[in-house]
Design a protein around this ligand. Structure first.
Ligand SMILES: *Cc1c(COP(=O)(O)O)cnc(C)c1O
Length: 428
């Protein structure tokens, strides 16, 4: 896994510490561009469009970088679509797939934003708000393969999308409001296994048969990136080839040439991010116990470990010139007043502890958590223990550095707090 730290040399790590301080997210522009090119070259039979699932990392600079390279966008709420518009992304390049029907949808639709209905109730509301228009629907085709229940977004235990047995009801609603269903969407988080993807495509095409107006099939995201040696990165060419064959076969059979859409989040950004922190303390708990390394970051900045038990690779950048070859087993913990704030869990068990062997670490050394570009900065907890939201730095393709987001101040943190009378018509 060492190559995921290649873009951050020791010299660069200490430069970032000197200029911006720690903790800090550091991104690699070269890696972001490389991943975008791979996604843009996903094999396809007919038309093709790739969306970036911006919830993975919603920094405006990254949105604009991907926009310039030709990616479109998937927004997971009305607010997220608004955020993309603020980053100067054109409305027509943004599609919303949300658990919550956006309160500002009318305004967004006026700006060209597209909508993907994720439940029959959403479709009904959309029909009332925009009768006679074209719309996409998200179907839950009945399989899923996320690595645990918290990341599984298809199948019986997932609330995402319209359960496939309700397709007749979708047609009833569409007819009632004169809606034309032109796109079908099935994001089930399929992982890296080509066989699973094949099943997803087959089941999705099965659903397309039931909608004669559908011109586009969107297969969602879920292209896994290895975050530790036990995991496997998806080969987009392999997956894409079988998708392409399936689309061709569908054409031979039905005479329908479908456009393909995919919308990766993780794949585009995960490997191009590092969370850089400083070791602040070292706490032994005796012979039977552990050696804890305490960082100046924690679950507030990188929540995935606490949430899913996901294990991120670790690299030490020693402060001194020389490093002892001596190894030690350590438990890496964060700075929050929570016993669950831990970065070395037993894999898949957020409450377990699995010490990690590292070169002997001193207080003052820098420690990096790798593959932290997706669902890290964007999923951070806001101000627990009043720790500020942390800065984001980009290492540009030409080897310079850019600040993409400043460190929050305590003034920022309390800026919205107030003491304001709320007047109602008839008070008690
Ligand atoms: C989160 C999400 C994605 C991206 O998923 P990844 O696993 O990050 O690739 C794509 N589409 C939808 C609708 C999503 O909610």
């Amino acid at each position: 896994m060492d190559n995921v730290f290649d873009f951050l040399t020791k010299k660069r790590a200490f430069q970032v510490k000197e200029t911006v301080g720690t903790p800090v997210y550091i991104y690699d522009e070269k890696g972001l561009r490389r991943a975008a090119e791979e996604v843009l070259h996903f094999p396809h039979a007919f038309g093709y469009r790739a969306r970036y699932a911006m919830k993975a990392n919603s920094n405006a600079y990254i949105l604009r970088l991907f926009n310039n390279l030709g990616l479109h966008f998937d927004a997971s709420s009305g607010y997220e679509a608004e955020r993309a518009l603020l980053a100067r992304i054109e409305g027509k390049k943004i599609q919303i797939t949300a658990q919550e029907y956006p309160a500002n949808l009318k305004d967004l639709i006026q700006q060209g934003v597209l909508f993907n209905a994720s439940s029959c109730r959403q479709l009904e509301r959309y029909g009332k708000d925009f009768p006679g228009s074209a719309v996409s629907v998200r179907i839950n085709p009945g399989i899923g393969s996320g690595h645990n229940n918290r990341t599984n977004v298809g199948g019986l235990s997932s609330s995402f999308g319209i359960w496939h047995e309700w397709i007749p009801n979708v047609r009833v609603i569409a007819e009632k409001y004169g809606l034309k269903i032109t796109k079908l969407h099935t994001h089930i988080g399929s992982g890296s296994d080509p066989k699973t993807w094949q099943r997803v495509v087959d089941m999705s095409l099965q659903a397309v048969r039931e909608f004669p107006d559908v011109k586009t099939l969107n297969l969602g995201g879920g292209y896994k990136v290895a975050r530790n040696p036990a995991e496997k990165t998806t080969d987009l060419q392999v997956i894409g080839q079988s998708v392409k064959e399936a689309f061709k076969a569908f054409y031979t059979e039905t005479g329908r040439k479908l456009d393909l859409e995919i919308e990766p989040g993780t794949y585009l950004v995960a490997a191009s991010g590092i969370l850089l922190a400083q070791v602040m303390d070292k706490i032994p708990t005796g012979k039977e116990g552990y050696t804890f390394l305490k960082l100046d970051t924690g679950m507030n900045d990188l929540t995935r470990t606490t949430l899913y038990g996901s294990v991120h690779p670790v690299k030490v950048y020693p402060a001194g010139e020389k490093k002892l070859e001596k190894k030690e087993k350590v438990v890496i913990v964060g700075h929050c007043c929570e016993s669950g704030d831990i970065f070395t869990p037993a894999p898949g068990d957020p409450e377990g502890i699995q010490p990690l062997e590292l070169p002997e670490v001193q207080v003052g050394d820098l420690l990096a958590l790798g593959v932290a570009g997706a669902y890290c900065a964007s999923m951070s907890l806001t101000n627990y223990n009043s720790f500020p939201q942390i800065p984001e730095v980009l290492i540009t393709s030409d080897g310079n550095m850019k600040l993409l987001r400043k460190r929050q101040t305590v003034q920022n943190m309390v800026a919205l707090e107030c003491d304001k009378e709320l007047r109602v018509e008839s008070g008690e």
